[in-house]
Design a protein around this ligand. Structure first.
Ligand SMILES: CSC[C@H]1O[C@H](OP(=O)(O)O)[C@H](O)[C@@H]1O
Length: 338
């Protein structure tokens, strides 16, 4: 992704592998500053994923792939390295897909590079297919960050918007701020600003207002894990956006690569939902919200039933929930996905 840093345009990736170390844009600091976090072992990789230095399902997978290649090169105990990285976050399926890929390819550096390249190329395909759904003048609502920062480059939900904009379509994006970690206000708004794509940050509670006022033409979100029937987990607050879109007859699309589909589970009931530290909800700008004695609940994801999904945008094309069997056969024939 093209990034303007102190007046200089640089090309940056969310994660890369350099001189046997894993480099990550520290997403906790965006938009205030761009700093690179360097991971030198599997403990650093665990820390980076757990603490959301890097976040977003495909980016977590690529980080795990590079991290395991690095661990193997450093002659770490690989059973322990795999276990440690696999325990970092439970919901994003790409993490486990990447670990299996690296196990099947002897934790080779070349395999990690191929994994990253495949994920990046596939996210661009998602953009190309998703662009076909966007007309000039469309106003699009998105939730959380499913941009280049959540992948390596391009993104999933943001990839169609990038390609539509680059092809000259006039689009506008409503960006849900996405409490509590504000991936929308901080990361998606920053990516769109870097790309020159018009947008407005809105409170999470305002999405229904704009949908009811017929000010949203379509919704595109990312995903962290998609079950065989099309139920999917995504950032907390996605479910209510899907319900609001249905009530207001607005198309609701889910953009995700094949690596996010978990065909081993029948429905969303089987998706593990990460519950994060309550202080992510309670503390804002180092200030405790509400009474000191109050506690908080902090589920990081929710599950949206497949009935609310118009279609999935993948690197294989568009699929309605009832067509996922066709996607499954295409993925089974895809050597990269084996
Ligand atoms: C392209 S996957 C992005 C996906 O991941 C985010 O969760 P988190 O920021 O906690 O890793 C969110 O669910 C996004 O839709």
């Amino acid at each position: 992704m093209k990034v303007n840093i102190d007046g200089e345009t640089k090309t940056l990736l969310a994660v890369w592998y350099e001189n046997g170390e894993v480099k990550l844009i520290d997403q906790r600091l965006i938009p205030d500053k761009i700093e690179i976090f360097t991971a030198k072992n599997s403990d650093d990789i665990y820390y980076a994923i757990k603490n959301m230095v890097v976040r977003g399902a495909p980016a977590i997978g690529v980080t795990a792939a590079y991290g395991l290649a690095m661990a193997s090169k450093n002659k770490e105990n690989m059973d322990e390295a795999v276990k440690r990285i696999a325990s970092s976050r439970p919901t994003a399926y790409d993490l486990f897909k990447a670990i299996d890929y690296m196990k099947n390819n002897k934790f080779a550096e070349s395999a990690a590079r191929r994994y990253a390249m495949e994920i990046t190329a596939r996210s661009k395909k998602i953009g190309e297919y998703g662009n076909e759904l966007i007309k000039s003048g469309d106003k699009i609502l998105t939730h959380c960050n499913a941009g280049a920062l959540a992948v390596v480059d391009w993104g999933t939900a943001l990839a169609p918007m990038r390609i539509a904009h680059d092809s000259g379509k006039n689009i506008f994006v409503y960006v849900d701020e996405t409490r509590p970690r504000l991936q929308g206000a901080r990361l998606t708004a920053w990516e769109l600003q870097q790309e020159g794509i018009e947008h407005s940050i809105i409170a999470d509670n305002a999405a229904g207002y704009f949908m009811k006022n017929k000010d949203v033409n379509l919704v595109i979100v990312g995903a962290d894990r998609i079950a065989a029937n099309g139920d999917f987990a995504n950032k907390i607050g996605t479910y209510e956006k899907a319900v609001l879109a249905r009530v207001n007859n607005i198309p609701f699309y889910v953009a995700a690569p094949g690596s996010t589909f978990d065909f081993s589970i029948k429905s969303g009931d089987e998706i593990p939902i990460e519950e994060r530290d309550e202080n992510e909800v309670l503390i804002v700008n180092d200030k405790h919200l509400g009474p000191a004695e109050s506690h908080a609940r902090n589920p990081a994801f929710d599950v949206t039933p497949h009935e609310y999904v118009t279609a999935f945008i993948t690197e294989y094309g568009l699929f309605k929930p009832e067509e996922l069997k066709n996607l499954y056969s295409m993925i089974q024939r895809d050597l990269f996905m084996r």
